[in-house]
Ligand binder design. Structure first.
Ligand code: AMP
Length: 408
């Protein structure tokens, strides 16, 4: 029997509509901020993710859908958007324009253990500001994300920020963490015991071990330039969005420098990280491009959709019913006429009898049924039934649009 793969989903009606809504609101905000769309391929050379996302990350080590294609190339379904954006930036010589602001919308693939709010194919909407080293850029992308959350009606979300330093100050922090965690190795979870040497920052990020060491773990001491940058980011955000500095927020990916942030909210039974991002000043150069600073984020569209409370303005729905064969073409023309005038209209089930057509009108939640038979055609009238009140009346065709607008 045909069967869906584990961790993959078919999205129907409300779920699909909610995602579209998250996309639409995000696009509205991107327009206000002057961010341009970049459509990226789903498949890239695997090495792009190894280089960008990082050899030691869970994503690269075990979550990628990677395979050899017919031409013997090692390729991977993208697990995140930033490496593709960086690749496109380098390849298309975008640096001719010193500052670039991109957004992307697309599905990502990670072979993670499926849970509520964690899927193997999911949608990310992301933003990347490239070429702006100012702390104002970090603050601006955070405020852009806030604008999207607010417009979607996401309630009670928390914004956490931190700075993980740069090539100058991070190595010392890394060493301190290795020393500290080596002393406690036995009390670390199995995963952290293996990643301790290669990626000790990730221990702080671990759902099991992170909270145990929040207080006691060594703290990052930033170099003067990173400290100044972080202070300025906070200054720009002050009074515009409530945020919390969380020294244990380190982010799972290798490419971050300086500012990192996460938007969190409690969604019943699901993962609480709704969106995350940070600055990645060394990534593009490390992939063979120019030395150019960058900052960005990605939101998980499914999780944000789950947390959003934005109500669509309900448009009135009309269902056109034809009772006789002789009224079919009159009804069909009316259906098109309604749509041309901006009404949501369905119908056209002319192979079914009156009862079955009315049943369908109720099933789709129509507000009105317009019933037409030979009689109505002869008189150029129609029967307008308000399905909410049950009342019906005969009206002349010309009065229909006004009547529909007036009816409650
Ligand atoms: P990341 O690229 O891991 O920083 O994730 C950014 C955002 O994408 C997260 O905050 C989530 O909202 C979303 N996300 C990440 N992984 C998944 C997944 N497996 N299923 C659904 N959403 C995800």
């Amino acid at each position: 029997m045909a069967k869906l793969l584990r961790g993959f989903r078919d999205l129907f009606e409300t779920e699909a509509q909610k995602l579209t809504k998250v996309e639409r609101i995000s696009r509205d905000i991107f327009k206000i901020y002057g961010v341009n769309e970049l459509r990226l391929p789903t498949l890239e050379l695997k090495e792009i993710f190894i280089k960008a996302t990082g050899q030691t990350t869970d994503i690269v080590q075990k979550e990628m859908y990677a395979f050899e294609d017919g031409g013997g190339r090692l390729v991977a379904m993208r697990p995140e958007g930033t490496p593709g954006v960086a690749r496109a930036y380098i390849e298309n010589n975008f640096q001719a324009n010193p500052v670039q602001k991109f957004f992307y919308i697309g599905n990502m693939f990670r072979a993670e253990r499926p849970q509520a709010g964690r899927y193997r194919e999911f949608e990310q909407i992301g933003v990347e500001y490239i070429g702006n080293a100012s702390p104002a850029a970090d603050a601006e992308v955070i405020l852009m994300l806030k604008a999207i959350f607010d417009k979607l009606g996401v309630k009670n979300y928390k914004v956490k920020i931190n700075s993980i330093g740069c090539k100058e100050c991070r190595p010392k922090f890394r060493e301190d963490l290795i020393k500290f965690f080596t002393l406690q190795k036995d009390s670390l979870c199995e995963k952290c015991q293996t990643r301790l040497e290669v990626n000790p920052l990730r221990v702080l990020d671990c759902k099991i071990d992170g909270p145990k060491f929040t207080q006691s773990a060594p703290k990052q001491v930033l170099c003067p330039s990173c400290q100044k940058h972080f202070d300025e980011v906070k200054k720009y955000l002050e009074g515009k969005v409530p945020f919390e500095v969380d020294p244990c927020l380190v982010r799972g990916l290798d490419y971050y420098t300086k500012t990192v942030f996460e938007f969190q909210a409690d969604i019943a039974g699901a993962q609480n990280a709704l969106a995350a991002g940070g600055r990645y000043d060394d990534l593009i150069a490390s992939m063979g491009g120019p030395k150019v600073p960058a900052v960005g984020w990605a939101l998980g569209a499914e999780r944000v959709a789950l947390a959003s409370t934005f109500e669509e303005i309900k448009t009135k729905k009309v269902f056109v019913v034809s009772v006789e064969e002789s009224s079919n073409s009159y009804a069909f023309n009316l259906l098109q006429d309604l749509r041309d005038n901006g009404f949501t209209a369905e119908g056209g089930l002319f192979d079914k009898n009156l009862k079955a057509q009315m049943k369908q009108a109720n099933k789709i939640g129509a507000d009105f049924a317009i019933i037409i038979g030979g009689n109505e055609v002869a008189k150029n009238t129609l029967l307008l039934k308000n399905l909410n009140s049950g009342k019906q009346k005969e009206i002349v065709y010309q009065d229909l649009f006004t009547a529909l607008k007036e009816e409650k």
